[in-house]
Design a protein. Structure first.
Length: 319
């Protein structure tokens, strides 16, 4: 390879002394500023800490997220505390003394670059959390987010712990996909179709668990990957279709309110739930759900019906 002529994507050249590369990077930054471009600030971890410069985070509850000085950039909590700054990752908490259940309250809107719960089981309520395809990592225990979730790009739930979203008096307004990568995502709330507002992907080893009826928007297509679990938990809901090869368990009634012209295939196992399939289109375009795996409604009904419109058409294919 001709090292003198090989370039990295950012324009830095292999083989040059490091100080020359740094000067070139600085020049690129200056050029961007003169061109009117705004360079993004780098997100840093902000650790919840409401006991000033005493090591750890303290055990006061509730704690205000965005009023007062309840955060630190010191993971041990030994430095002076500061106010929350949007665009950074919210980590719960500094040190390791805040274990068990506690409460965090939000006033207005906060804009974190992600949330990481290292220990304890916080309940976050009030206000709005504005996300942008952010990672919500719950290492253990159960974290509840009862605040309204807004923003574009959805979110990804990681970590072995349980995250329960919903419970706010208003519907969430975020757009995009909810990805359950690890652990359990519980879904609850008080507003029909108000908690999960887009499609859902459940990865192998992860679980989606509705804890109340009608928490998932009717147009949501749920992908249950092989090794993943969609635990109905006795709840009833309508969704836009099923894909994947995982397991659906837990009773309740699952209604497939199929989108116009959409064909979805599920090859996994569905046990313990009544199943209802209907079309939800007005133009006569057939909506189709293909089930090629195991279907056991355990004494419940299997219904196929036309939707609300005169031209609705639906097809359920069992193979």
């Amino acid at each position: 390879m001709n090292r003198a002529s090989s370039h990295e994507p950012n324009g830095l050249i292999f083989g040059r002394p490091r100080h020359r590369q740094l000067r070139r990077l600085a020049a690129l930054c200056v050029a961007a500023v003169y061109a009117g471009q705004v360079l993004p600030a780098l997100a840093v971890p902000y650790y919840l800490d409401d006991n000033s410069n005493t090591a750890g985070s303290g055990v006061t509850t509730p704690v205000a997220w965005n009023t007062g000085t309840t955060w630190s950039t010191d993971s041990t909590g030994s430095s002076a505390t500061i106010a929350w700054a949007d665009g950074n990752q919210a980590v719960f908490s500094a040190g390791n003394d805040r274990v068990g259940a506690y409460s965090v309250t939000i006033t207005g809107t906060v804009n974190p670059s992600g949330i990481h719960v290292e220990e304890g089981s916080p309940t976050i309520s009030g206000g709005t959390i504005n996300l942008g395809a952010d990672i919500l990592q719950i290492d253990g225990g159960t974290t509840a987010i009862q605040s309204i979730i807004s923003g574009a790009g959805g979110f990804t739930k990681t970590g072995a712990g349980t995250l329960v979203v919903g419970g706010n008096p208003s519907a969430n307004s975020y757009t995009g996909k909810a990805i359950v990568s690890q652990g359990i995502l519980g879904v609850t709330g008080t507003v029909g179709d108000g908690t999960i507002r887009g499609d859902i992907d459940i990865a192998s080893g992860a679980t989606l668990r509705p804890d109340a009826n009608n928490m998932i928007i009717n147009t949501s297509v749920i992908d249950v990957a092989g090794g993943a679990t969609f635990n109905r938990n006795g709840s009833g809901d309508a969704i836009g279709g099923l894909t994947g090869s995982g397991n659906i368990i837990g009773g309740g009634t699952l209604e497939l309110d199929l989108r116009a012209g959409l064909v979805t295939t599920f090859s996994g196992s569905m046990t313990g739930a009544a199943l209802s399939v209907r079309g939800n289109n007005q133009d006569g375009t057939i909506a189709k759900q293909v089930l090629t795996g195991t279907l056991n409604t355990s004494g419940g009904n299997l219904d196929i019906k036309r939707g609300n419109g005169a031209n609705d058409a639906v097809l359920l294919q069992l193979a």
